[in-house]
Design a protein around this ligand. Structure first.
Ligand SMILES: *Cc1c(COP(=O)(O)O)cnc(C)c1O
Length: 358
C-alpha cells in the first residue's frame, strides 16, 4: 500500500519535457538545471532519467559531489562555483565545471597547487546584480583565465536573466544585447536562457540553454500554465482521506477555529500538512482533488493534516485518494492560491513525503 502522503514522479514526462526544450532550441545544447534536489524530485534519480543530456547544472559543490558519488559521469556545472580553496580542490578532484563570477575566485585559481585542470563558465552580470562581473571585470577575468594553465580552453560565457518570466519587460532584451556585445570579440560557447528565456525569448537561445522548472512540467509564467507549452507535470503530490465527519452550522474547524460552518457540512480530513511541504498560508478554498473532484480547503493547514469541505463529493470516505497538485491540478494554480511560485512548492517537499516512480 502507498504511504499516506507521497509524490509520484512521471519520469517519462521529464523526458517529454526535455523534448519540448529541444524543439524550442533545436540547435542548442542543454544544461539541465537540477539544483535543490532536482526541484524536490530527487537529484540522482532525475540526473539518471535525463537521457542524452549534454550537461547537468547544480547550485553547489556538495550537490555535484553527491551526483558523482552516485556514479553520474556526465558533465556537471556548479552555478555558484567555488568560494574557498577546499571547494576549488573538490571541483578539480571530482571533475566539475565551475561558474566564475567574482574576483576572489581568480585569486584562488592563482593560489591552488594542482596538476589538474577544469572547465569554466565566466559570468557577466547584465542586471541581475547577484553573481557575475561587470563589463570591465569580465574583460580582465577573461584575460586571466586564458593565461591560467589550470583552466581548460575555450572559456565559456554566460549571463542570467532577471525578468524573463515577465514577457512585457523590455529589460530582458537589454540584458541579452549587453551580453552579446560584451562577448563579441571573445571565442567560447554562450549561455543565457533559463526556462522562461527558452519559452518566450528566442534571442536568448544561444549555444547552451539552461532549463530548470520547465523540465519538471511547470510554467515559469504567472499567467500561463504548462499545457500551453505542451509540458507535462512530473510530480503529482498525493494523499488520502483519513476521516470524515458531519458538522453543523456554527461548528469551527482546526487551530484558531478560523473557519466556521455556514451550513451543515461533510468535512474530510486529509493526511498532508505543512510538515510535508503543503503551504501553510494558502488561501481558504484552495482546490484539492478528492476522487478526481475539486473540493475547497477549509480551516487552517496544520502540520500533518488539512481539512476540506466534501459537499461536492458526498460519497467520499476514509481511504479515498486525494491529489494536492500535479496531473489534473496544476501546481501553478496552487502556488497562486498560496501567493508563492511553483518553485517553492516543488522544492519544499519534505523528507517525510515518499517519492514513488510511476
Ligand atoms: C535556477 C537557474 C536556472 C534555471 O531556471 P528555471 O527558471 O528553473 O528554468 C538557470 N540558470 C541559472 C543561473 C539558475 O540559477
Amino acid at each position: 500500500m502507498n504511504p499516506a502522503a507521497y509524490a509520484e514522479l512521471d519520469l517519462e514526462a521529464l523526458q517529454h519535457n526535455l523534448e519540448i526544450v529541444r524543439r524550442k532550441a533545436p540547435n542548442a545544447k542543454v544544461m539541465a538545471v537540477i539544483k535543490a534536489n532536482a526541484y524536490g524530485h530527487g537529484l540522482p534519480r532525475v540526473a539518471a532519467a535525463l537521457q542524452d543530456i549534454e550537461a547537468i547544472a547544480v547550485a553547489r559543490v556538495d550537490e555535484a559531489i553527491r551526483l558523482r558519488n552516485n556514479g553520474f559521469a556526465k558533465r556537471i556545472v556548479v552555478l555558484e562555483g567555488f568560494s574557498c580553496l577546499d571547494e576549488l580542490q573538490d571541483i578539480l578532484e571530482f571533475h566539475l565545471e565551475s561558474v566564475i563570477h567574482a574576483e576572489h575566485q581568480l585569486a584562488l585559481i592563482k593560489e591552488v597547487r594542482t596538476d589538474k585542470s577544469f572547465a569554466v563558465w565566466l559570468k557577466l552580470d547584465t542586471g541581475m546584480n547577484r553573481l557575475g562581473f561587470n563589463k570591465e571585470g569580465f574583460d580582465l577575468a577573461y584575460g586571466q583565465l586564458l593565461e591560467s594553465h589550470i583552466i581548460e580552453k575555450p572559456v565559456r560565457l554566460m549571463t542570467h536573466l532577471a525578468n524573463a518570466d515577465d514577457i512585457q519587460n523590455p529589460s530582458t532584451l537589454q540584458q541579452i544585447d549587453e551580453f552579446k556585445q560584451a562577448v563579441e570579440s571573445f571565442s567560447g560557447e554562450l549561455s543565457i536562457a533559463n526556462s522562461a528565456g527558452i519559452l518566450a525569448w528566442p534571442d536568448a537561445i544561444t549555444d547552451w540553454v539552461r532549463p530548470g522548472l520547465m523540465l519538471f512540467g511547470v510554467s515559469p509564467f504567472p499567467e500561463e500554465t504548462a499545457d500551453n507549452f505542451e509540458l507535462r507535470p512530473v510530480m503529482s503530490l498525493h494523499s488520502r482521506i483519513i476521516a470524515t465527519k458531519q458538522l453543523n452550522v456554527g461548528d469551527a474547524v482546526g487551530y484558531g477555529s478560523q473557519w466556521r460552518c455556514q451550513k451543515s457540512t461533510k468535512l474530510g480530513v486529509i493526511a498532508i500538512g505543512y510538515g510535508d511541504g503543503y503551504p501553510r498560508h494558502t488561501r481558504p478554498e484552495t482546490p484539492v482533488l478528492v476522487n478526481g473532484v475539486r473540493v475547497p480547503l477549509v480551516g487552517r493547514v496544520s502540520m500533518d493534516m488539512i481539512t476540506v469541505d466534501l459537499d461536492n463529493c458526498p460519497e467520499a470516505k476514509p481511504g479515498d485518494p486525494v491529489l494536492l497538485w500535479g496531473q489534473g491540478l496544476p501546481v501553478e494554480e496552487i502556488a497562486a492560491c498560496a501567493e508563492t511560485i511553483p518553485y517553492t512548492l516543488l522544492c519544499g517537499i519534505t523528507q517525510r513525503v515518499q517519492i514513488i516512480e510511476k
